[in-house]
Design a protein around this ligand. Sequence first.
Ligand code: NAD
Length: 543
Amino acid sequence: MTIGTFSYPIPANEPTFQYGPGSAEKIALKERLAALKNDTVNIPMYIGNEKVYTDKKIAINPPYEKDFVLGQFSEGDETHVQRAIEAALAAKAGWEAMSWENKAHIFLKAAELLSTKYRYHIVAATMLGQGKNAFQAEIDAACELIDFLRFNVHFLSEIYKQQPISSPGMNNRVEWRPLEGFVLAVSPFNFTAIAGNLCASAAMCGNVVVWKPAYTQVYSANIIMQVFKEAGLPDGVINLIYVDGPVLGKVCFSHHDFAGVHFTGSTGVFNTMWKSIGENITKYRTYPKIVGETGGKDFVMIHKSADIDVAVTALVRGAFEYQGQKCSAASRAYLPSNIAKAIKAKLVETLATIKVGTPEDFSNFVNAVIDERAFDKIVNFIETAKNDHRVKVIAGGNYDKSVGYFIEPTVLEASDPTYKTMCEEIFGPVLTIYVYDAEAYEETLHLVDTTSPYALTGAIIAQDRVAVELATNKLRNSAGNFYVNDKPTGAVVGQQPFGGARGSGTNDKAGSIINLYRWLSARTIKEVYVPVTDYTYPFVKEA
Ligand code: NAD
């Protein structure tokens, strides 16, 4: 045992590699992409100290080259969920007992491994498996994941320092216990960083975890798990399994030791989970923590005073980076009538310069959407719009799934501000714009606030300070992450804690101190040094 109070100061954000022309990092990344494509992987589940393979193999294909096989993973069933829970519970006592210093160093080492030895590996895997371009993969799989790990070590250290005051003759203290039972982490396809963070943040707090990623993210999830193991994470603390969502829910949500779920994904799935937890509430030892960051219908509100180039850049980057498959992606925009024509012209002109294709060709800004199901769903929105008199396609609108799931960046102009693509999450490269009367700014802010059930991100583009203030106030509850003169995407750990309310989730701000409180259960201890020995108080004595 080392004795001392150790400090974990606030870290700096991981610097982002730019992958400029001829740079050493571009060469290294391309080499890693080629090496991974030459190596067909057979990915196991990780349960306790076992690598578990099953007969049910699922092929892993890049979304932009659907017939290429990167490898396969083993799908599990109910028995694997059960085994993962048992392995987690078996690891619990040892993990809880390990000092915070040693736990912290596991995650700091994992961050360092990702920053150095595994950097190109995790970035290349995210490009291949999830179809991100080099920059999108870099800011996600390398930088954000590294930041999550390092900042959470700092934040948790700050929580552990928080202690109550004590009156003379006694001591009060708070012990920051992990939850009683296991935590279930269920992660989405679109961010490698989120997948790593959902399981690691709960584990860091001393919890044991069953982690189920989206099938389309297993390729990079496997590397995260390897990094955690290499960093010294004891067996069973995080168990990685690949099972169908409802099968997972059936076993976990009826288990006596279910202590919480850390979810990121769609609103519908989260609602199903919450309902099922509610129905099973009497089965649990403790009230489970339910944390979910869910869907969005993120807006860009442009004021008549806006700089046109700022507005267009916010729309292009906000709506089309990673093919609009970010929960924060701009998907509805409100253009003031005085500059709408100029913004539309510039937008269409800019989109004409964007290349769509494989991320292995670094000149492509837009790549394929994640899978056929997503492709078909997005195409359906586009085709329905083409046949509706309330909408015009002003850019894009074409698609092709013969080689990969490619959809052109598409802009729809709706004459009806409640048209479905102004309200529903599409999760693809489709932006709908609505032109409003530039003199009806305040009424339009009301429209922005009431149009969709979500409240994740939003942006105001304006040079007029009064307009900025009005939007900030009127849209207070319309977004958990609000941007002034910027795109509504690209939150950075430690800088813009991320999450939304209403239909967008419990707003527990992943990668911030707020989130970590959810994986802790405080015990208050009061100790009296010289206890009283007489039950009476002075007031009972009359003389
Ligand atoms: P999804 O809801 O389809 O899947 C998320 C996870 O839930 C996957 O692991 C999936 O297998 C699992 N799942 C599905 N059905 C389940 C069930 N019945 N029981 C238990 N688990 C189940 O989401 P996705 O397509 O992977 O990701 C896109 C969605 O995630 C979008 O709605 C997006 O807005 C949201 N998202 C939100 C944030 C945020 O921070 N708010 C971040 C990223 C993604």
